[in-house]
Design a protein around this ligand. Structure first.
Ligand SMILES: [Zn+2]
Length: 633
């Protein structure tokens, strides 16, 4: 696998790969963009063609092309490898473990089924289904783009076709396309006499289907037979409905660009919205919004606009979805369809495509939406009515991240209900939270391993400053207390100091570098990163690799510091660097002393040994004096 990684890295350029997702702007030696992983107005996402790395100074994410694809596509390493291998035109042999083969096979089956369903539009009953779609306003190109199809009214049509393609009955069942007969006499097709909507994963592979009955008559028939209007592929090894959003494969870049995602109910809503030009749209088809969905969306935006059936907007599932999204720091708006003839976005687009984009642009902040709803049925003379307004809004108010927003709505409520703000705040705090049950489910917030490895920004900044002009600080470095820095930075500085000392002792100006790989006369800002890379390779012991994901943070810390040295200090003169150096040392020392002070305080409270406490107090006093000195300078 390692070999594949380097082969791919040789062929692909980090700038090209990332340009496929973001608009990069040249800025000096590097490229810049607004970070796709956090909200920002000024770009702090930097891509270095020289180092073949990327790093965001805002949220500290960074790495190589593999970690970029993992983060932006929301995939595991092996999948990122597959995507990049395809891009590089490299065939991956022998890396697919059995599991991957098995999943690939299920995807193949779904792909074959998609082609089969697409062809059925040509049959006489298939033509009726096609007519129905056109009646609903779906265009040919949308049908093709979303690869809609038709499952014939036959218990074995698809099954037989797939078996003829060489797939076994159990594989067809595993792909979710057929069901085992109870009596053990084989399988039968899951989707019959339905329009089929393939469900794609983020990479555009079909992993499942939604089947929809298509005519009024068959709707009535279905009702009689107790069939659902929609059926979905069940959970399979490739289709996890809690982690797949319908349309996201197409919408992801539009969502990122608009920094906003429109969430609708059904597959038809997605494709009609898409057709009307509102392309940043997805649906959680057939399931309530899950934490997994939100984790997925978080990669692309934190602005979520809900559009649900008007009578659904008050429904528990919607309220819970909104509550969940609020507690995951999404900004929520609600899109309303104010047209009695249209119950959903699909209807509205069919009637008038522009009124849909209009409705989207007029989305209201979620609190405003629920506040207006509560106002509508409000009786100012009734205490109970006041209480019910508060309890309707409390779960959302509690979950607001912004204190400003919270304060705004509290005062609005106080004004409206003619009750003191403090009283409202107290009631909101005490209100029964009907969304609570949902929250207790495991919430899979995206805490990426990279952020777990504490990134010590102060140390990083310090290292970046030294890297800008190492010779300038040659004489200062050896006096620095390593405890001030994170262990990694301390190690790097120690190595640097040792190299300076060695080159002073040596009369040979062509001093051998630690690894013997390069011979250079002096360390300067241009070759420092390579020097430190050598250091990294020579110092990395196997057990250290085991502690952290070897491809992650640790490996890139030096690279990030180096990027910072290019970006932050590029126009700084030596004098300014020196001043900054002293400032940083002070800050590092202050931080170190404060931590020490905290520890002493803790020890003093914990112990009752008088003598020891006295000694601790003396030490604390010393530290306080030193802190005072630092602050004076
Ligand atoms: Zn960022």
């Amino acid at each position: 696998m390692e070999d594949n990684v380097s082969k791919i890295k040789d062929r692909l350029d980090v700038v090209d790969v990332i340009s496929g997702y973001l608009k990069l702007q040249k800025a000096g030696m590097n490229f810049k963009a607004r970070c796709p992983f956090h909200n920002e107005k000024t770009p702090s996402f930097v891509v270095s063609p020289e180092r073949q790395v990327w790093h965001c100074f805002g949220c500290s994410k960074g790495g190589d092309i593999f970690s970029f694809i993992q983060d932006i596509e929301g995939v595991e390493f092996t999948e990122a490898l597959r995507i990049l291998a395809a891009k590089a035109g490299i065939e991956l042999e022998s890396f697919n473990p059995a599991v991957q083969d098995d999943k690939a096979r299920l995807c193949e089956i779904c792909e074959a089924a998609t082609k089969f369903f697409e062809k059925q539009f040509l049959s006489s009953i298939g033509k009726q289904a096609l007519e129905y779609l056109k009646d609903r306003g779906v265009t040919d190109s949308t049908i093709q783009e979303f690869r809609l199809g038709f499952a014939p009214n036959d218990w074995n049509a698809l099954g037989t076709f797939l078996k003829n393609c060489g797939y076994s009955e159990s594989e067809i069942v595993d792909a979710g396309l057929a069901i085992k007969r109870n009596d053990g006499s084989g399988i039968y097709d899951r989707f019959r006499s339905r329009i089929t909507f393939p469900i794609f994963d983020l990479n555009g592979q079909v992993v499942g289907f939604t089947g929809r009955i298509f005519a009024e008559s068959s709707e009535a028939l279905a009702k009689e037979e107790g069939q659902a209007k929609y059926i979905n592929t069940p959970q399979t090894r490739i289709y996890d409905k809690g982690r797949i959003l319908y349309g996201l494969n197409k919408a992801k870049m539009d969502i990122k660009q608009a920094d906003q995602c429109v969430l609708v109910e059904g597959n038809m809503d997605v494709l009609m919205s898409y057709q009307a030009g509102v392309k940043n749209v997805v649906a959680s088809s057939g399931t309530a919004l899950t934490p997994g969905h939100l984790t997925l969306l978080h990669r692309y935006t934190t602005n979520l606009d809900f559009c649900f059936d008007t009578d659904q907007a008050g429904a528990m599932a919607t309220r819970r979805g909104i509550g969940l999204a609020l507690s995951q720091s999404f900004n929520i708006k609600v899109i309303e369809i104010n047209d009695k003839e249209c119950k959903d976005p699909a209807d509205l687009v069919k009637k008038n495509a522009e009124s849909w984009s209009g409705a989207v642009s007029q989305a209201k902040p979620v609190l405003e939406f629920y506040f207006n709803k509560a106002k509508a049925g409000f009786d100012p003379t009734s205490v109970n009515s006041k209480k019910s307004v508060i309890s309707a809004l409390a779960p959302f108010l509690k979950r607001l991240n912004s204190q400003v927003e919270k304060a705004h709505w509290l005062s609005q409520l106080a004004f409206f209900l003619r009750v003191k703000e403090e009283a409202i705040e107290a009631d909101v705090g005490a209100a029964k939270d009907d969304l609570e049950a949902y929250d207790r489910e495991p919430v899979l917030v995206d805490v990426s391993p990279k952020s777990v490895v504490a990134s010590d920004l102060l140390s990083e900044t310090f290292l970046s400053l030294v890297m800008k002009n190492p010779l300038l600080f040659k004489n200062n470095l050896k006096d620095i207390n390593p405890d001030l820095l994170d262990p990694y930075t301390a190690e790097a500085i120690a190595k640097l100091t040792a190299t300076f000392e060695r080159s002073e002792r040596s009369s040979n100006p062509m001093e051998q570098w630690p690894h013997g790989r390069r011979r250079m006369t002096a360390i300067n800002s241009d070759n420092i990163a390579d020097f430190l890379k050598d250091f990294r390779e020579s110092e990395q012991s196997p057990d250290r690799k085991a502690i952290e994901d070897p491809r992650q943070s640790r490996d890139y810390k030096l690279e990030f510091a180096y990027l910072k040295s290019q970006e932050f200090w590029k126009d700084s003169k030596d004098e300014e660097l020196k001043i900054e150096f002293n400032n940083l040392i002070s800050k590092l020392e202050e931080r170190y002393l404060r931590t020490k002070l905290e520890k002493i305080g803790f020890e003093m409270r914990a112990g009752d040994d008088k003598e020891k406490n006295l000694a601790l107090a003396v030490e604390a006093n010393k530290i306080l004096n030193r802190l005072g000195e630092i602050q004076k300078t």
